[in-house]
Design a protein around this ligand. Structure first.
Ligand code: ADP
Ligand code: MG
Length: 251
């Protein structure tokens, strides 16, 4: 469980990232942060693995303040996947995936088996892809490797910051389905950032709507659709019928 208790964050230059966030993220669910560009989604996500630190309030993982964990060990247990996948260009696919397992000093055979398992899981044939360089992958393939790398050392928490927004619509739809399926198998706590309501409704068990550094509303898709808190939320979900029909998502 991840808790935000009265969390505020002001950047050193005075920009306000977040204001008084109170939120509980449940285990084994997909929680989505959605809001316009600049609303604070990435800042909120980075509070969890301490890429940024909250300036007021507390962020807790399993009841313990994130600042009281060993930062390196904590990060090994939190997978992180980004929009720009940032695979290390001088390392092969298998080397990229092996980074955290190696830091955790897993045995070579275990890492080897894990690489095959993960590549199969994200739909890339291990024999074909293990030795490739990132420059030999398409955008969608690189993104899949990025997800495999985020899952590699079996982290309990996975943070995904607009992981699919640079992809074409078909690849994107495929990967969305993959994440949903994957979540059913592995039951991770996933925190997923998007600015796309369609993606939020498709993936999110809980959807958190962020505006100007504030949490405007958090709830299930059904709760938000049936009881939008204000005009901003209404505007955000305005196209829901269109989206739900187009993607065949049940209400
Ligand atoms: P989002 O991910 O929703 O687009 P961010 O969390 O990146 O939004 O940004 C929230 C606010 O914090 C914005 O006003 C942004 O300009 C500001 N901000 C983000 N990163 C920094 C930074 N490193 N230094 C100063 N201000 C920042
Ligand atoms: Mg962002």
């Amino acid at each position: 469980m991840i808790e935000f208790i009265n969390v505020g964050m002001t950047y050193p230059n005075g920009n306000v990232g977040l204001k008084n966030i109170n939120l509980t993220i449940k285990e084994s669910e997909i929680t989505v942060f959605i809001g316009p560009s600049g609303s604070g989604k990435t800042t909120l996500l980075k509070m969890i693995n301490r890429l940024e630190d909250n300036t007021t309030g507390e962020v807790k993982i399993n009841g313990k303040n994130v600042k009281d964990y060993n930062i390196h060990k904590m990060r090994w247990d939190i997978g992180y996947a980004l929009q720009q996948v940032a695979l290390f260009p001088h390392m092969t696919v298998e080397e990229n995936i092996a980074i955290v397992p190696e830091l955790k000093k897993w045995k070579k055979e275990k890492i080897d088996a894990r690489i095959n398992e993960l590549l199969n899981m994200v739909g890339l044939e291990p024999e074909k892809y293990r030795k490739r360089n990132p420059s030999e992958l398409s955008g969608g393939e690189a993104q899949r490797v990025g997800i495999a790398r985020a899952l590699a050392a079996d982290p309990k928490i996975i943070l995904m910051d607009e992981p699919f927004s640079a992809l074409d619509p078909i690849t994107r739809a495929n990967l969305q389905e993959d994440v949903k399926k994957l979540q059913k198998q592995i039951h991770k706590t996933i925190v997923f950032v998007t600015h796309d309501i369609e993606e939020a409704f498709l993936l999110g068990d809980k959807i958190c709507i962020i505006q100007d550094g504030e949490l405007v509303q958090a709830g299930t898709k059904h709760e938000i659709i049936s009881n939008p808190k204000n005009d901003f939320v209404k505007k955000f979900i305005a196209f829901k019928n269109f989206y739900l029909k187009r993607r065949n998502i049940s209400n």
